[in-house]
Write a protein of this length. Structure first.
Length: 337
């Protein structure tokens, strides 16, 4: 018998044991069927027994599976009771980067609906690198952004779950030569200097994404500009420099500017929910569930044909690496870190 048994594996087992159907059990736990099957196989290897008889028509419990059911229920009930008694009552501090970013705000709002008894407090740290430092120090609990763009020393102290492949756009002065286009092919930006937060110590992951995207396309990352805080300052600096600004496609409209999606190819920014490794909090469970629900409902993890994502991001943020979202009290523990 192993010295340690992950409670998540027992939850996966019980869901299948009660549903006797892997697809229904996966939907019940809000995980991919592949991930659920993987967890059941891992439990079987850990215990050294076969728990289910699987055929093309049905799933049934073996004698060992029947024997495990009451033990698994007792273990999980005891864990739920422990967490209920000692679980943190403090608010979960969730960084949304900036008030105008839609993805993070929608996930937070949905989490509040799923867990109205929990307090999820919004914070605004401007970028994931800045927020990650605060998370590791214990001054924040979670944030959103490009996980692969963080320094390895930070990533080792964090866990993450991919939320959305977010299409990118450019913000242009309304009299810019490209403003009349409904969409801007990347080739049309050749010769331009595009601002992507260069020089901002809180957002190097965003500047790095821009460099990877612009490489070999004749597009320059604009040099550092004074950090603009607030809409009025952003508009003033933009009017002064005249540089297009790389943004998410949901960036809020501003007077005197236009937002144009980028195409040919469609560049995508992988947005992850990121939290401190080992964090246990019921509100974090709600936040993760909200991200999964919205991802399915809005097709956030579907990528357009030919969509562009950096190779390093694909290796770190594939959905199958981050798809175990536990809907009980215990947090999922299978995220890439």
């Amino acid at each position: 018998m192993p010295a340690h048994l992950d409670p998540r594996l027992l939850r996966a087992f019980l869901a299948v044991a009660e549903e006797l159907h892997f697809t229904r059990a996966a939907a019940r736990l809000y995980v991919a069927q592949q991930a659920l099957s993987r967890d059941v196989r891992r439990l079987e290897r850990t215990l050294g027994v076969e728990l289910f008889v699987r055929t093309t028509r049905q799933v049934t419990l073996t004698a060992d599976g029947e024997r495990l059911v009451p033990h698994a229920r007792r273990v999980l009930r005891a864990q739920d009771d422990l967490l209920a008694a000692f679980g943190p009552a403090r608010p979960l501090l969730v960084d949304l980067n900036s008030p105008g970013l839609v993805t993070a705000r929608r996930v937070l709002h949905r989490a509040r609906e799923l867990a109205p008894e929990q307090e999820l407090m919004a914070r605004y740290e401007s970028g994931l690198t800045g927020a990650a430092v605060e998370i590791v120090a214990g001054r924040l609990d979670a944030s959103f952004g490009r996980y692969a763009g963080l320094e390895p020393a930070l990533r080792r102290q964090l866990e993450h779950q991919i939320v959305r492949y977010e299409p990118l756009a450019v913000v242009l002065p309304e009299d810019h030569r490209l403003a009349a286009l409904a969409q801007v092919p990347l080739a049309e930006l050749a010769g331009e200097r595009v601002y992507a937060g260069a020089g901002n110590p809180r957002t190097p992951e965003w500047t790095d994404l821009a460099r990877l995207l612009f490489e070999g396309r004749g597009i320059e990352v604009a040099p550092p500009a004074p950090l603009a805080v607030g809409e009025e300052e952003f508009r003033r600096i933009m009017a002064k420099t005249r540089n297009p600004v790389l943004s998410a496609v949901d960036f809020p409209a501003m007077p005197g500017t236009v937002l144009r999606p980028l195409v040919e190819p469609v560049p995508l920014s992988p947005v992850s929910l990121v939290w401190r490794k080992g964090l246990v909090h019921s509100a974090l469970d709600a936040l993760r569930r909200a991200a999964v629900e919205l991802g399915f409902a809005e097709s956030w993890l579907e990528r357009p044909a030919g969509g562009w994502i950096p190779a390093i991001d694909m290796n770190m943020t594939s959905p199958h690496k981050c798809d175990n979202v536990n809907m009980g009290r215990t947090p999922a523990l299978d995220s890439s870190a």
